[in-house]
Design a protein around this ligand. Structure first.
Ligand code: FAD
Length: 556
């Protein structure tokens, strides 16, 4: 039976935390914040408020679309904190009038022509996991309606080039769909954002998503060999090349385009043999500052660990990795080609020389290597029973961290149902600026939580590290006042974002710009760059129907 997506929360209805779990979470939080509001009943779709559809598409488009209430609710928002709260409250005032499910490029072209003619906003929808309002649009002004265009029917691995180790994959393929199909070839994309369960290749490319690798292949950018984007003005396709110095990179133009320039229907991506040798270890530091230096030294060592995730004491506690007030550096290496002990030993010696206390590292070796890729075509070899499981889903070897990481999105929805204000924000900055940025962000966020909520908890981890700087990721959790949660959240979000920009950070390392981050991105980028982007948009989308207001201001 097909699993049903929650109309308001993260993920699937069958995985939403049970009442007992929600009660246990409430009890834990009550111990920190004092009394918490009791869990409210979960919302029903029947109570959802949404306007009637405002237009009726021609018959040839109707067969690929729907006005079903559940579909419209699922496609109204992404899955950021604001989205969850509005969904929980039954506010679906921004629901798209129609949801369309194209299965080929010709369908997209037909939808472009209809939307241009009828002044309908065309909103590309991958997995709908945006946390920045990337898939949300309230039609007004020159738009008389909204079409959410869900790409989930374009979800195939179309081609595998075993020689160059690359695969051609459709833009609507979700993380599990990609793994399922590539694993048959003994291959893996090895791009695992936390939203992997639902998010899609097209969405990753459109938002320059960050995966689980802490170094080297951090963004999806590093895996993209070429892309195909269908625009109202025609097809924009780039040549398959390992690299090129011919002018500005056309792939880089599509990466981060956030559905404002066209629909990414396909991409050739670099894939890998599934790793056979793995090593993981954790190193505890009494002082966070020493752990930061260790992370920097590792990022500059040339060892390129697959994981180099630094958790501050609050983060380590939250994920049950350490409860003794230490900061923890999780280190991992993986390879499909060779044992990784020497790399781990050197990494541990760097970290322990800086005052860290390292656990005994864990080494594992798969009995059968996934494949030594030689052949050059589909179909894949049959799966043997010795093959690894079909969903290649390993984030790292620190088991409790991994489980907490994957469950976190469900937990956030549960917290929303308990009236808690809880969100994450992330950035990147150079190492020389990190201490000042961290101090300023902590101060500003703590002050805003105190003012808006009477207090709260802020934690920090590094998700990615570069030789010239880290990507810090912050989580805040604070008690909400019933009915005022969105206002409280907005104050905290604004204070944190202002501090990021004022202290040399970026408004986002991998959560994208969307509509939510645009005011801060505008402070970060040069005005001339915006003019150049707007000119490009005018060329590709002359009527301005594509995702208006996302990335760039909507055309008047
Ligand atoms: C719980 C949670 C965890 C997350 N973890 C991570 C993480 O680890 N790393 C990370 O980078 N992000 C993360 N995100 C953010 C989000 O998952 C990413 O931005 C992701 O790349 C979005 O993919 P999607 O398929 O869901 O796209 P959507 O949310 O559907 O769309 C995102 C944007 O891309 C556009 N778009 C989507 N598909 C296409 C297409 N085929 N062509 C053109 N435009 C398109 C949309 O119009 C929109 O502007 C997380 C979000 C949540 C809620």
């Amino acid at each position: 039976m097909a699993r049903v997506r929650s109309h308001w929360a993260w993920g699937y209805e069958d995985k939403f935390p049970r009442d007992e779990t929600r009660a246990a979470v409430a009890e834990r939080l009550a111990a920190v914040f004092g009394k918490l509001p009791a869990g409210r009943p979960l919302p029903s779709l029947d109570a959802a408020q949404m306007p009637e559809p405002r237009y009726s598409p021609p018959v040839e488009l109707r067969s690929m679309g729907t006005t079903d209430r559940h579909a419209r609710a699922v496609h109204t928002y992404g899955r950021g904190y604001r989205d969850l709260v509005r969904g929980f409250n039954g506010d679906f005032s921004a629901a798209p009038d129609w949801v369309f499910y194209p299965s080929e490029e010709a369908h997209l072209t037909a939808l472009f022509r209809f939307c241009e003619k009828e002044s309908i906003a065309f909103i590309p929808f991958g997995g709908g996991t945006s946390v920045v309002g990337g898939t949300e649009f309230s039609a007004n002004g020159r738009f008389r309606g909204t079409a959410s265009v869900d790409l989930s029917k374009m979800d195939k691995v179309l081609d595998v080039d075993m020689t160059s180790r690359a695969a051609r994959i459709q833009g609507g393929a979700s993380g599990p769909r990609i793994s399922e199909q590539l694993n048959k070839h003994g291959l893996s994309l090895r791009h695992f954002p936390q939203s992997y369960e639902l998010s899609t290749l097209g969405g990753w490319i459109a938002t320059r998503a960050g995966g689980h690798y802490a170094t080297l292949y951090t963004h999806i950018d590093d895996f993209v060999e070429s892309v195909r984007m269908v625009t109202p003005a025609g097809v924009f396709e780039t040549r398959r090349l390992p690299s090129s110095g011919a002018g500005p990179s056309p792939e880089r133009f599509v990466l981060g385009s956030e559905g404002a320039f066209g629909i990414i229907t396909e991409a050739w991506v670099r894939v890998q043999s599934r790793p056979r040798w793995r090593a993981s270890a954790s190193v505890h530091f009494t002082r966070f500052e020493d752990a930061v230096v260790a992370a920097r030294m590792l990022s500059q060592s040339g060892l390129f660990p697959s994981n180099c995730r630094l958790l501050d004491p609050g983060e380590a506690m939250l994920h049950q990795v350490a409860t003794d007030g230490t900061s923890v550096l999780l280190i991992a290496f993986e390879s499909a080609d060779h044992p990784v002990e020497p790399w781990m030993e050197r990494a541990l010696s760097i970290a322990t020389d800086l005052g860290g206390d390292g656990d005994e590292p864990k080494y594992t070796t798969d009995v059968v290597n996934s494949i030594a890729p030689r052949a050059s075509s589909i179909p894949a070899p049959p799966m043997s029973s010795a093959h690894p499981p079909p969903i290649d889903h390993d984030i790292d070897d620190a088991a409790s961290w991994k489980q907490a990481f994957l469950d976190a999105p469900y937990l956030q929805s549960a917290l929303v149902s308990l009236g808690v204000v809880c969100d994450t924000f992330e950035t990147a900055c150079t190492w020389d600026r990190f201490a000042a940025l961290h101090e300023a962000v902590t101060k500003a966020t703590d002050a805003a939580m105190k003012e808006a909520c009477g207090g709260g908890i802020l934690t920090c981890r590094f998700t990615h590290v570069y030789s010239d700087g880290p990507a810090p990721y912050y989580t805040f959790v604070a008690p909400g006042r019933p009915g005022a949660e969105l206002e409280q959240w907005a104050k905290i979000k604004a204070a944190a974002s202002d501090a990021l920009i004022a202290n040399g950070g970026t408004i986002t390392h991998h959560h994208a710009v969307g509509r939510l981050h645009r005011p801060w991105w505008e402070q970060e980028r040069s005005p001339l760059f915006e003019h150049a982007l707007s000119a490009a948009k005018d060329k590709l989308d002359p009527s301005g129907i594509l995702n208006p207001g996302c990335l760039l201001p909507s055309k008047p």
